[in-house]
Design a protein around this ligand. Sequence first.
Ligand code: HPA
Length: 275
Amino acid sequence: MSLYDKIHETADFIKGKISTAPAAGIILGSGLGGLVDLVTVSLEIPYGEIPNFPVSTVKGHAGKLIFGTIADTNVVMMGGRFHYYEGYSMEEVTFPVRVMKALGVDTLVVSNAAGCMNVKWKVGDIMIITDHINQFPEHPLRGANDERLGPRFPDMTEVYDKALIGEAKKIAAAQGLDVKEGVYVGLQGPTFETKAEYGWLLSIGGDVVGMSTVPEVIVARHGGMRVFAASIVTDMGIREDDNVITHEEVLAAANEAAPKLAGLVASLVGGTRNP
Ligand code: HPA
Protein backbone atom coordinates (compact mmCIF):
# COMPACT_ATOMS: atom_id res chain seq x y z
CA MET A 1 0.00 0.00 0.00
CA SER A 2 1.32 3.50 -0.80
CA LEU A 3 2.04 5.95 2.01
CA TYR A 4 -0.84 8.07 0.73
CA ASP A 5 -3.26 5.15 0.96
CA LYS A 6 -1.99 4.20 4.42
CA ILE A 7 -2.48 7.77 5.66
CA HIS A 8 -6.03 7.80 4.36
CA GLU A 9 -6.86 4.35 5.70
CA THR A 10 -5.77 5.58 9.14
CA ALA A 11 -7.55 8.92 8.79
CA ASP A 12 -10.76 7.20 7.68
CA PHE A 13 -10.60 4.90 10.72
CA ILE A 14 -10.25 7.94 13.00
CA LYS A 15 -12.93 9.94 11.16
CA GLY A 16 -15.32 7.10 11.96
CA LYS A 17 -14.83 7.82 15.66
CA ILE A 18 -14.84 11.63 15.84
CA SER A 19 -17.71 14.00 15.15
CA THR A 20 -15.73 17.18 14.47
CA ALA A 21 -12.49 17.66 12.58
CA PRO A 22 -9.51 18.95 14.58
CA ALA A 23 -8.03 22.31 13.54
CA ALA A 24 -4.84 22.04 15.56
CA GLY A 25 -2.53 19.14 16.26
CA ILE A 26 -0.24 19.10 19.29
CA ILE A 27 2.72 16.81 19.86
CA LEU A 28 3.28 16.56 23.59
CA GLY A 29 7.00 16.25 24.23
CA SER A 30 8.80 14.90 27.29
CA GLY A 31 6.93 15.68 30.47
CA LEU A 32 4.41 17.97 28.79
CA GLY A 33 1.50 15.59 29.14
CA GLY A 34 0.02 18.06 31.67
CA LEU A 35 -1.39 20.07 28.79
CA VAL A 36 -4.08 17.41 28.71
CA ASP A 37 -5.49 18.97 31.90
CA LEU A 38 -6.25 22.17 29.98
CA VAL A 39 -8.15 20.29 27.30
CA THR A 40 -11.76 19.15 27.41
CA VAL A 41 -11.11 15.60 26.29
CA SER A 42 -13.77 13.85 24.22
CA LEU A 43 -11.97 10.74 23.00
CA GLU A 44 -8.72 8.85 23.46
CA ILE A 45 -7.49 6.20 21.07
CA PRO A 46 -4.48 4.09 22.12
CA TYR A 47 -1.91 3.89 19.32
CA GLY A 48 -2.19 0.12 19.41
CA GLU A 49 -5.80 0.35 18.15
CA ILE A 50 -5.02 2.66 15.23
CA PRO A 51 -4.29 0.96 11.92
CA ASN A 52 -0.76 1.61 10.58
CA PHE A 53 0.36 3.44 13.76
CA PRO A 54 3.66 2.52 15.39
CA VAL A 55 3.55 1.91 19.16
CA SER A 56 5.55 4.07 21.60
CA THR A 57 8.13 2.45 23.88
CA VAL A 58 9.94 5.15 25.89
CA LYS A 59 9.40 5.81 29.60
CA GLY A 60 7.28 8.96 30.05
CA HIS A 61 5.58 8.63 26.67
CA ALA A 62 2.03 7.32 26.98
CA GLY A 63 1.00 6.36 23.48
CA LYS A 64 -2.46 7.57 22.54
CA LEU A 65 -4.20 10.08 20.33
CA ILE A 66 -6.30 12.44 22.42
CA PHE A 67 -9.17 14.44 20.92
CA GLY A 68 -10.86 17.38 22.58
CA THR A 69 -11.25 21.13 22.66
CA ILE A 70 -9.22 24.03 24.01
CA ALA A 71 -11.49 27.06 24.27
CA ASP A 72 -13.48 26.50 21.04
CA THR A 73 -10.69 24.94 19.03
CA ASN A 74 -10.88 21.27 18.18
CA VAL A 75 -7.54 19.61 18.82
CA VAL A 76 -5.85 16.28 18.39
CA MET A 77 -2.90 15.60 20.65
CA MET A 78 -0.21 12.97 20.51
CA GLY A 79 0.34 11.64 23.98
CA GLY A 80 3.68 10.04 23.23
CA ARG A 81 5.71 10.53 20.08
CA PHE A 82 7.94 8.28 18.02
CA HIS A 83 11.65 8.99 18.11
CA TYR A 84 14.11 8.03 15.43
CA TYR A 85 16.52 6.74 18.12
CA GLU A 86 13.95 4.14 19.16
CA GLY A 87 14.48 2.48 15.82
CA TYR A 88 11.43 3.79 13.99
CA SER A 89 11.87 4.77 10.38
CA MET A 90 11.47 8.41 9.42
CA GLU A 91 8.15 7.44 7.80
CA GLU A 92 6.95 6.02 11.12
CA VAL A 93 8.22 9.01 13.13
CA THR A 94 6.29 11.44 10.94
CA PHE A 95 3.25 9.30 10.04
CA PRO A 96 1.00 10.80 12.74
CA VAL A 97 1.64 14.30 11.35
CA ARG A 98 0.51 13.10 7.91
CA VAL A 99 -2.62 11.65 9.48
CA MET A 100 -3.33 14.87 11.35
CA LYS A 101 -3.15 16.74 8.06
CA ALA A 102 -5.55 14.26 6.48
CA LEU A 103 -7.95 14.83 9.38
CA GLY A 104 -8.04 18.58 8.61
CA VAL A 105 -5.36 19.92 10.96
CA ASP A 106 -3.73 23.05 9.56
CA THR A 107 -1.72 24.12 12.59
CA LEU A 108 0.85 21.92 14.30
CA VAL A 109 2.21 22.72 17.75
CA VAL A 110 5.25 20.79 18.91
CA SER A 111 6.99 20.77 22.25
CA ASN A 112 10.19 19.12 23.36
CA ALA A 113 12.83 18.91 26.05
CA ALA A 114 16.20 20.23 24.98
CA GLY A 115 19.76 20.64 26.11
CA CYS A 116 21.08 24.19 26.07
CA MET A 117 24.17 25.67 24.47
CA ASN A 118 23.22 29.31 25.04
CA VAL A 119 25.10 30.22 28.20
CA LYS A 120 22.77 33.15 28.95
CA TRP A 121 19.90 30.76 29.59
CA LYS A 122 19.14 28.28 32.34
CA VAL A 123 17.33 25.03 33.09
CA GLY A 124 13.56 25.61 33.08
CA ASP A 125 13.66 28.35 30.44
CA ILE A 126 11.15 28.14 27.61
CA MET A 127 12.42 28.81 24.09
CA ILE A 128 10.19 29.51 21.13
CA ILE A 129 11.85 27.84 18.16
CA THR A 130 12.41 30.41 15.41
CA ASP A 131 14.51 28.14 13.19
CA HIS A 132 16.21 24.78 13.20
CA ILE A 133 19.32 22.99 12.00
CA ASN A 134 18.67 19.47 10.80
CA GLN A 135 21.41 17.06 11.85
CA PHE A 136 19.41 13.84 11.55
CA PRO A 137 21.26 11.24 9.48
CA GLU A 138 18.21 10.56 7.31
CA HIS A 139 15.70 12.95 5.78
CA PRO A 140 11.97 12.31 6.27
CA LEU A 141 11.25 13.30 2.65
CA ARG A 142 13.93 11.06 1.15
CA GLY A 143 12.58 8.81 -1.56
CA ALA A 144 9.90 9.13 -4.20
CA ASN A 145 7.76 12.22 -3.65
CA ASP A 146 3.98 11.95 -3.77
CA GLU A 147 2.77 15.33 -5.01
CA ARG A 148 -0.56 14.72 -3.26
CA LEU A 149 1.33 15.05 0.03
CA GLY A 150 3.47 18.05 -0.90
CA PRO A 151 6.13 19.40 -3.26
CA ARG A 152 9.43 17.67 -4.07
CA PHE A 153 11.55 20.58 -2.84
CA PRO A 154 9.73 22.38 -0.03
CA ASP A 155 10.93 25.81 1.08
CA MET A 156 12.51 25.84 4.53
CA THR A 157 13.36 29.54 4.86
CA GLU A 158 10.36 30.16 7.08
CA VAL A 159 9.45 26.97 8.87
CA TYR A 160 8.11 28.45 12.08
CA ASP A 161 5.08 30.64 11.50
CA LYS A 162 5.87 34.27 12.25
CA ALA A 163 2.27 35.16 13.09
CA LEU A 164 2.06 32.31 15.62
CA ILE A 165 5.40 33.33 17.15
CA GLY A 166 4.16 36.93 17.44
CA GLU A 167 0.92 35.76 19.02
CA ALA A 168 2.78 33.48 21.46
CA LYS A 169 5.03 36.35 22.54
CA LYS A 170 2.01 38.54 23.19
CA ILE A 171 0.40 35.79 25.25
CA ALA A 172 3.63 35.17 27.18
CA ALA A 173 3.92 38.87 27.99
CA ALA A 174 0.31 38.96 29.17
CA GLN A 175 0.95 35.89 31.34
CA GLY A 176 4.14 37.42 32.76
CA LEU A 177 6.12 34.57 31.26
CA ASP A 178 9.71 35.08 30.16
CA VAL A 179 10.29 33.32 26.85
CA LYS A 180 13.47 33.04 24.82
CA GLU A 181 13.65 32.67 21.04
CA GLY A 182 16.27 30.66 19.22
CA VAL A 183 17.53 27.87 17.04
CA TYR A 184 16.91 24.18 17.76
CA VAL A 185 19.37 21.62 16.49
CA GLY A 186 17.73 18.22 15.90
CA LEU A 187 19.90 15.12 15.94
CA GLN A 188 19.32 11.42 16.39
CA GLY A 189 20.61 10.67 19.92
CA PRO A 190 20.18 8.56 22.00
CA THR A 191 23.39 9.72 23.66
CA PHE A 192 23.41 13.21 25.07
CA GLU A 193 26.26 15.18 23.54
CA THR A 194 29.91 15.26 24.49
CA LYS A 195 31.29 18.58 25.69
CA ALA A 196 33.02 18.97 22.34
CA GLU A 197 29.75 18.32 20.51
CA TYR A 198 27.83 20.91 22.56
CA GLY A 199 30.61 23.36 21.69
CA TRP A 200 30.30 22.51 18.01
CA LEU A 201 26.50 22.85 18.08
CA LEU A 202 26.91 26.32 19.59
CA SER A 203 29.43 27.25 16.92
CA ILE A 204 27.11 26.26 14.07
CA GLY A 205 24.40 28.56 15.40
CA GLY A 206 22.35 26.36 17.72
CA ASP A 207 20.87 27.56 20.99
CA VAL A 208 19.38 24.25 22.10
CA VAL A 209 19.60 20.62 21.00
CA GLY A 210 17.20 17.69 21.07
CA MET A 211 16.34 14.35 19.53
CA SER A 212 12.94 15.10 18.01
CA THR A 213 10.76 17.78 16.39
CA VAL A 214 12.73 18.43 13.20
CA PRO A 215 11.37 15.40 11.26
CA GLU A 216 7.77 16.10 12.28
CA VAL A 217 8.09 19.79 11.49
CA ILE A 218 9.60 19.14 8.06
CA VAL A 219 6.72 16.85 7.19
CA ALA A 220 4.20 19.37 8.50
CA ARG A 221 5.70 22.04 6.23
CA HIS A 222 5.75 19.59 3.33
CA GLY A 223 2.02 19.24 3.86
CA GLY A 224 1.55 23.02 4.10
CA MET A 225 0.71 23.21 7.80
CA ARG A 226 1.53 26.21 9.98
CA VAL A 227 4.01 25.26 12.69
CA PHE A 228 4.70 26.51 16.18
CA ALA A 229 7.29 24.80 18.36
CA ALA A 230 8.84 25.40 21.74
CA SER A 231 11.57 23.80 23.83
CA ILE A 232 11.94 23.49 27.55
CA VAL A 233 15.57 23.75 28.58
CA THR A 234 16.16 20.66 30.69
CA ASP A 235 19.94 20.63 30.96
CA MET A 236 22.91 22.85 30.23
CA GLY A 237 25.25 21.32 27.70
CA ILE A 238 27.73 24.12 28.11
CA ARG A 239 28.59 24.89 31.72
CA GLU A 240 31.32 25.01 34.30
CA ASP A 241 30.58 21.96 36.44
CA ASP A 242 31.17 18.30 35.67
CA ASN A 243 27.68 16.93 36.36
CA VAL A 244 26.51 14.19 34.04
CA ILE A 245 23.17 14.55 32.23
CA THR A 246 20.53 11.94 33.00
CA HIS A 247 17.10 11.16 31.52
CA GLU A 248 15.64 11.55 35.04
CA GLU A 249 17.05 15.09 35.34
CA VAL A 250 15.67 15.96 31.91
CA LEU A 251 12.19 14.66 32.78
CA ALA A 252 12.18 16.43 36.17
CA ALA A 253 13.12 19.78 34.61
CA ALA A 254 10.55 19.31 31.84
CA ASN A 255 7.82 18.51 34.37
CA GLU A 256 8.63 21.56 36.43
CA ALA A 257 8.49 24.03 33.54
CA ALA A 258 5.64 22.23 31.79
CA PRO A 259 2.69 24.11 33.36
CA LYS A 260 4.08 27.41 32.04
CA LEU A 261 4.41 26.12 28.51
CA ALA A 262 1.06 24.37 28.76
CA GLY A 263 -0.62 27.67 29.66
CA LEU A 264 1.03 29.39 26.73
CA VAL A 265 0.12 26.66 24.25
CA ALA A 266 -3.46 26.46 25.52
CA SER A 267 -3.94 30.20 24.95
CA LEU A 268 -2.29 30.05 21.55
CA VAL A 269 -4.29 27.07 20.33
CA GLY A 270 -7.47 28.39 21.92
CA GLY A 271 -7.24 31.23 19.42
CA THR A 272 -6.98 28.91 16.39
CA ARG A 273 -10.08 28.75 14.23
CA ASN A 274 -11.69 25.44 13.33
CA PRO A 275 -11.68 24.31 9.69
N1 HPA B 1 20.84 16.74 24.12
C1 HPA B 1 20.00 16.13 23.27
N2 HPA B 1 18.73 15.94 23.51
C2 HPA B 1 18.25 16.38 24.67
C3 HPA B 1 19.06 17.02 25.60
C4 HPA B 1 20.43 17.20 25.32
O1 HPA B 1 21.22 17.75 26.11
N3 HPA B 1 18.26 17.33 26.66
C5 HPA B 1 17.03 16.90 26.36
N4 HPA B 1 17.00 16.32 25.17
